[in-house]
Design a protein around this ligand. Structure first.
Ligand code: CMX
Length: 438
């Protein structure tokens, strides 16, 4: 057994009794009440999902396995000569909750390289789609097309026991993860680089090989590592994580589940917001017609968007109530590597103005930027100007988090998800009873 799988097996043995004890001895303890507003309003704030892989505090932001973003970057083994950690080491960290040694990290690097090759038919599927198909549709289709490779399905059909489900799910997760950078790079070069492709390099890690296959020179390898880690996980309730978890709960394999999660990520209120931000900025610049942007002009453009009944992309969040630390991490990267870049300056100007405008507008509960407000600038600077590809980058990163989660879902025996629905009449009756009781 590879080192990571061995470690994971030990961790599962440790964790399972805790979950079983909670269920058996404390299953009737209440975590909260659900209001009518929450039932109609997308279950906002309803505490009914469990994950140990990341936790999102509304004011502090995300912690991966208990570590903040700066702590995570500082703790993990780095690629020699680079500023950011191995994605493979981060995968170990998410899966086990422990920071790997360099030796353990390199074991995963080698394992992923061995799993990297794409089946030829995936390329055929991608090539069969009309070239103007959105890259997220291509990405999700490629993942779904590979479902026939599922080790989990094979083992399930052979009649494996429930306590073994996690193991082939983990195999599927690793097979998928190892292939995603090559799929993403293939889509990019087929669509935007005259269909001229670059062979993978066996010398390079996850992030390095992705940059190489994209054809973007250093330090884009570090950009890729940073980007994938930042976008990996945001606890369980966001659309992509929850969709992946929900579909997996029916014992659908990792391919079905991840493809479904990616379809959720492709929504403009979720991962597609990063492309929307760039599209908004470019339209604004076109409107300026060469005029220097000013805070006044930015303010006017934001109000034009709001008055047209549209959302300001990259701002607001369902849980966060401050500037997203994923935004801050990217801003710090920009301050170090591209401080004078005009697009970065414009994004900073929007950051200065937008929270005030959104607060005055008075609708959003969080006027601060989320991860998507900043990410396009960095991509653009390094030459990746095709903004409809940005959500695919988000998707490669998000896969790391959701695949770790569904492996643990299986290990802990989480059942099929099935919340109960009520009718509008039932809500009205409950509301009338509550009013009478007052
Ligand atoms: N611009 C304008 N209006 C906004 C807004 C924004 N950026 N953010 C929220 N609002 C509005 C909502 O549309 C809602 O209006 P209605 O009452 O008319 O429906 C109201 O403010 C209250 O919303 P909220 O409770 O503050 O936010 P939600 O939890 O409902 O939605 C989110 C969260 C992210 C979908 C929302 O803030 C949004 O649409 N933001 C812009 C899109 C975006 O950046 N999405 C990416 C999020 C991060 C990610 O998942 O990638």
């Amino acid at each position: 057994m590879a080192k990571l799988k061995e470690k994971l097996a030990a961790k599962i043995k440790e964790q399972l009794p805790r979950t079983q004890k909670l269920l058996k001895e404390h299953g009737d303890v209440k975590l909260g009440e659900v209001t009518i507003a929450q039932a109609i309003g997308g279950a906002r704030g309803v505490r009914c999902l469990v994950t140990d892989i990341s936790y999102l505090d509304p004011l502090e932001g995300i912690r991966f396995r208990g570590k903040t973003i700066p702590e995570t970057f500082a703790a993990l083994p780095k690629v020699p000569g680079c500023e950011y950690p191995f994605v493979e080491g981060f995968w170990w960290f998410l899966v086990t909750g422990e920071v790997p040694t360099m030796e353990e990290t390199l074991d995963v690097v080698a394992d992923f390289k061995a799993r990297r090759a794409l089946p030829a038919y995936v390329i055929d599927v991608l090539r069969a789609l009309p070239r103007d198909t959105h890259p997220m549709t291509m990405f999700s289709s490629a993942i779904l097309a590979m479902q026939r490779e599922s080790v989990y399905v094979k083992r399930y059909n052979e009649g494996m026991k429930k306590d073994q489900y996690w193991e082939p799910t983990f195999e599927d997760a690793q097979n998928l993860l190892a292939k995603l950078p090559s799929i993403a790079a293939y889509i990019y070069r087929m669509k935007y680089k005259a269909d001229v492709h670059i062979h993978p390099s066996l010398d390079l890690d996850f992030g390095g090989n992705f940059a190489h296959m994209m054809g973007i020179p250093k330090p884009y390898d570090d950009v890729a590592r940073m980007y994938f880690i930042l976008h990996s996980d945001h606890e369980s309730g966001n659309v992509s994580a929850h969709t992946t978890h929900l579909v997996a709960s029916a014992l659908s394999d990792a391919y079905y589940s991840l493809s479904a999660g990616m379809n959720g990520l492709a929504g403009p209120l979720h991962g597609l917001a990063n492309q929307e931000v760039l599209s908004w900025v470019m339209k604004f610049q076109t409107k300026l017609g060469g005029q220097e942007p000013t805070e006044e002009l930015v303010k006017q453009a934001l109000w034009d968007t709001l008055n047209a009944g549209q959302v300001v992309p990259g701002y607001g969040h369902a849980v966060l109530r401050k500037t997203d630390p994923r935004y801050v991490a990217q801003m710090e990267f920009c301050l170090k590597n591209l401080p004078d870049y005009p697009l970065f300056k414009l994004i900073n100007m929007i950051y200065k103005v937008a929270p005030g405008v959104l607060t005055e507008h008075g609708k959003t509960k969080n006027p601060w930027p989320n991860v998507d407000a900043q990410s396009g600038v960095i991509q653009w600077y390094y030459g990746l100007t095709e903004w409809d590809f940005y959500t695919v980058l988000f998707g490669v990163g998000r896969a790391i988090g959701v695949l770790a989660n569904i492996t643990w879902d299986r290990a802990l025996g989480y059942p099929i998800e099935r919340p109960k629905s009520l009718t509008t009449k039932m809500l009205e009756d409950t509301a009338a009873e509550a009013a009478k009781a007052k």
